[in-house]
Design a protein around this ligand. Structure first.
Ligand code: DHB
Ligand code: FE
Length: 281
């Protein structure tokens, strides 16, 4: 059976792609952010996952407001990045793993999750930038299965429901008849609000409590309903739901979940940035 070997979570912000492109990672503004990643990159060089399942929210590239699935799973051989309007350079295509995609889809539908299956799927900065941050050199060396969770258009799935989805994904990975090593990636958060009266809102105390909860009490955030999460983290801060899905997936792996590394830095753009890595020992 496949081995679920760990989980990663990182913020995504289009400007990160611009900074990588310009090679300005060591400038004072960016250094505290980019300095978080080498320990995780080095851990990945040893741990060597073959495939990653990426929980992220599409921001209007693949789905727009006229058609917005709550949960969507990629089932393509290849995922292309495209210009989504931020002006950042696109990254080369990412290779899929269709066997894992369909295994996940079958498992999720059997458990009554009504997922949208996407045999063609464009991937935006939220899917591509974490992969570039974790594997900065050359084309992405791991295969990818993208899973979109809607945090863009209300109604959003509850934290409780997202946790259940993540748990089901973890179970499915553990039951996948394959010798692949699989990691789960969460892309989004932490607290931020890009528009409206609270634009620039950041809640460091909540972010740090949330990160701690993922270590010791992973279901902690499921106590909050969606509006409470928006209130505490900002309209776009609800992207932290991805982190919950990732951690829930690990909770169904066999083995002890151990924190490998974390970083937290305020702000990049309008966002409180977080990074965490977990191994399943
Ligand atoms: C920013 C943050 C996001 O999560 C995003 O999707 C786009 C932009 C920002 O802080 O600029
Ligand atoms: Fe976002």
């Amino acid at each position: 059976m496949a081995k679920l070997m760990g989980g990663l979570a990182t913020s995504h912000i289009p400007a990160i792609g611009g900074a990588i492109h310009e090679g300005i990672q060591q400038e004072p503004y960016w250094k505290p952010f980019f300095d978080g990643y080498p320990p995780v990159q080095n851990w990945l060089k040893n741990a060597k996952p073959d495939v990653v399942v990426v929980f992220y929210n599409d921001h209007g590239l693949n789905f727009f407001l006229d058609k917005m699935p709550t949960f969507a799973v990629g089932a393509a051989a290849q995922y292309n990045n495209a210009d989504e309007g931020w002006g950042i350079p696109t990254l080369p295509p990412f290779q899929g793993n269709m066997a894992l995609s369909w295994h996940l889809i079958n498992h999720l539908v059997a458990l009554d999750f009504d997922v949208t299956t996407c045999q063609e799927m464009l991937v935006d900065h939220a899917c591509t930038l974490p992969l570039k941050l974790f594997w900065p050199e050359g084309p992405c060396p791991v295969q990818v299965v993208p899973i979109c969770i809607n945090t863009v258009q209300f109604p959003l799935p509850s934290a409780k429901r997202v946790y259940a989805l993540g748990k089901a994904v973890g179970e499915a990975i553990a039951q996948w008849p394959s010798d692949h090593k699989v990691a789960v990636v969460a892309s989004g958060g932490l607290s931020h609000q890009l528009d409206g009266e609270r634009a620039g809102f950041i809640n460091k105390a909540f972010d740090l409590e949330f990160m701690d909860s993922l270590v010791s009490n992973p279901e902690w955030a499921t106590q909050f309903n969606t509006l409470e999460l928006v209130e505490k983290t900002g309209t776009q801060g609800v992207e932290l739901l991805m982190w919950l899905a990732m951690r829930a997936a690990l909770s169904s792996a066999s083995g002890r979940v151990r924190e490998v590394h974390r970083n937290y830095h305020i702000p990049i753009s309008n966002t409180a940035t977080g990074l965490m890595a977990f191994s399943v020992d």
